[in-house]
Design a protein around this ligand. Structure first.
Ligand SMILES: [Zn+2]
Length: 277
């Protein structure tokens, strides 16, 4: 699933590809992707003739800023935007945006879990799905205090809290595992048991890990590529994610994999026993 760094990279490439284009027509072949309005004909009518002025990111969501509307798009597992190459769209293409200049943006999604919500400009942040998101981790809004407040009153483990987007937006399985490893915190530790120093360290490793991944174009694990078809490079810099059985880069202990918060979770046992390996 694309996480903050991958969605940020998609945002950047989409901006280069479609900023300033006017939407002539939208074709929808899998209406369940359109969540708001719930009538796909209304969606098509509203978006007709709108120009794409800017694309931004909020958590793992893309925001397409149109004339007086905002399209909020979540890629979920396998969603991907790409420009038409002139070939006929395949069966995994579910939404097509035809522009007045003759070019076409295609939304492909093998798993069909992606979502699109259309809002009047200015109302999107106070409605679901964006209203439930915690602060952006790469802004001053995200502080150790934010983590403290999210962690102190829950019985859940730290990984579950970091995944649910309410404490902080944009993290998924890859970057939670990486940030916890670098902070020397076990993913299955009870969130409420973390000490102040651990919270400060975790805040720092979340910010550093995400920023480094953004700088490297995200992680190309599974099928992730940006909207120009380019791979990210951060997968070469992962310490634990996807490295089960391989030696820890710090202490040579084999990386463990187990299920935490319902997700495959990677960590160095040595790191979490000694608080650093
Ligand atoms: Zn280690």
């Amino acid at each position: 699933m694309p996480e903050l760094p991958e969605v940020e990279t998609v945002k950047e490439t989409l901006t280069q590809l479609i900023k300033g284009k006017e939407i002539k027509e939208v074709t929808i072949t899998w209406p369940k992707i359109i969540k708001r309005p719930d009538d796909q004909e209304a969606f098509r009518t509203l978006i007709h003739g709108q120009t794409i002025h800017e694309i931004t990111r909020r958590g793992k969501f893309l925001k397409f800023h149109l004339d007086d509307l905002v399209l909020v798009s979540h890629l979920r597992m396998e969603g991907r935007y790409e420009m038409s190459d002139g070939q006929e769209a395949d069966k995994h293409t579910h939404v097509r945006f035809l522009f007045t200049d003759g070019t076409e943006l295609r939304y492909r999604d093998v798993r069909k879990f992606g979502t699109m919500h259309l809002f009047e400009k200015g109302t999107e942040e106070t409605a679901l799905p964006l209203a439930q998101l915690g602060p952006e981790p790469l802004t001053p809004d995200f502080t150790p205090e934010v983590l403290k407040r999210a962690f102190e009153k829950t019985t859940r483990n730290v990984k579950a809290v970091l995944l649910d987007q309410k404490a902080v937006a944009g993290l998924g399985n890859i970057y939670v595992d990486e940030a916890l490893f670098k902070a020397g915190i076990r993913p299955n530790a009870k969130a409420s048991t973390l000490h102040h120093e651990e919270l400060v360290r975790l805040h720092q490793t979340i910010v550093e890990t995400l920023q480094e991944a953004v700088d490297k174009g995200g992680s190309s694990v599974r099928s992730y590529v940006n909207s120009k078809g380019d791979m990210g490079m951060f997968q070469l810099h992962l310490y634990v994610y996807g490295r089960q059985g391989e030696e820890c880069r710090n202490c040579m202990t084999p990386i463990e994999k187990l299920v935490v918060a319902g997700r495959g979770t990677h960590f160095c046992l040595d790191a979490s026993q000694k608080n650093k390996c």
